[in-house]
Design a protein around this ligand. Structure first.
Ligand code: ADP
Ligand code: TRP
Length: 320
């Protein structure tokens, strides 16, 4: 199965991103033909800081490689290193009725959040369709907010195919329904925009301080604690198997330990889980040439496919 995933790089990754999306995404490389790219042309639609866009793109590359994306199994590149996608974007624009884009929620949501209403922002779904259709992607894992974009992609592809024959593969989205929302240090959904995250690559001391800030009940030391309503437990359980959870529940019920102990324990869980990722990250941070080589190799592989597809398309529509 050919699977495509696009990553919007937007700063430091947190535990919610990892357990909510990245872990499952990286796992796909084991059994599928996985194509993963950093969608920096898309990020441009809501960025006005060139240094930051460059930095986020690079950081995302390093973070994904460190967390296990394996360039010998998956193809990994930066979107703007395969500019052919923009040619397809233009061709597809011809098959994109205005009404289709006018109905897009994400455009309206972004404008409501004061992102300037540019043409790029408006036609964002067409570029996403180009990403997907250029590589004949069969499945596209996305968050719920992106489902409409896949539907738009299918509409555009169908319109094109109706005119020129079966040129595009119609993609399907994969949405993980049973992934729980991971809570932040205040018990609300962990999110960059709420300032309640625990980031994956924190310094050890900062990580402990962050864990200490998790909001808990005021049950005094010496009394049994309720694990079911505890934010520390909710986060810790992400790292534990069934037996580990049972054991931690017993410690909560025993009344022998307080939240301070569990916050220390949580820090250890997080620190240990990402130990090998930290080591890899250290390696990649010191090997920018290797990172560049991986991204360039990925782009070169994709360009071969992209050029072949474009040649066929241009021929179909009558472009030289
Ligand atoms: P943020 O809310 O911090 O800006 P993003 O919107 O960039 O996070 O999310 C990137 C990916 O991580 C999405 O696929 C999203 O579903 C997942 N994700 C983010 N936060 C959580 C969370 N608290 N629980 C589960 N998944 C999450
Ligand atoms: N729009 C997607 C997001 O915000 C990122 C993206 C761009 C993408 N192009 C894609 C995702 C193609 C899947 C396929 O998350």
């Amino acid at each position: 199965m050919r699977i495509l995933t696009g990553i919007q790089a937007s700063g430091k990754l947190h535990i919610g991103n990892y357990f909510g999306a990245m872990k499952q995404m990286i796992q796909l490389q084991e059994e599928h033909e996985l194509y993963t790219f950093i969608a920096n042309y898309h990020s441009l639609t809501s960025s006005n800081d060139s240094a930051l866009l460059r930095q986020y793109t690079y950081d995302a590359a390093i973070d994904y490689l460190s967390l296990g994306l394996d360039p010998t199994k998956a193809t990994f590149w930066v979107q703007s290193d395969v500019p052919e996608v923009l040619e397809l974007y233009w061709i597809l624009s011809k098959y994109t009725p205005m009404g289709l884009l006018e109905r897009a929620h994400s455009y309206k949501d972004k404008v409501a959040k004061n992102i300037p209403a540019s043409h790029a922002l408006f036609s964002y779904p067409v570029l996403m369709a180009a990403d997907i259709l250029l590589l004949d992607s069969q499945k596209v894992p996305v968050g719920k907010d992106q489902i409409q974009h896949i539907e738009i992609t299918r509409d555009i592809a169908t319109k094109f195919n109706n005119e020129y024959g079966e040129i595009f593969t119609l993609p399907e989205y994969i949405v993980e329904d049973d992934i729980a929302t991971i809570v932040g240090i205040d018990g609300a959904k962990m999110s960059k925009s709420y300032g309640n995250t625990i980031d994956i690559f924190m310094e050890e001391k900062t990580l402990q301080k962050r864990c200490n800030k998790i909001i808990t009940s005021s049950t005094p030391l010496g009394e049994p604690l309720d694990f079911a309503t505890c934010n520390v437990y909710a986060i810790a359980s992400l790292f534990l198997d069934k037996a580990g959870k049972k054991e931690l529940q017993a410690r909560y019920k025993s009344g022998l330990e307080g939240y301070g102990h569990f916050k220390k324990y949580l820090k250890e869980l997080i620190w240990n889980e990402f130990e090998s990722a930290r080591e890899k990250r250290e390696y990649y941070l010191n090997a920018p040439d290797r990172v560049e080589e991986i991204l360039q190799d990925g782009a070169a592989k994709v360009r071969v496919k992209a050029k072949a597809k474009l040649a066929m398309l241009k021929d179909a529509v009558g472009l030289r």
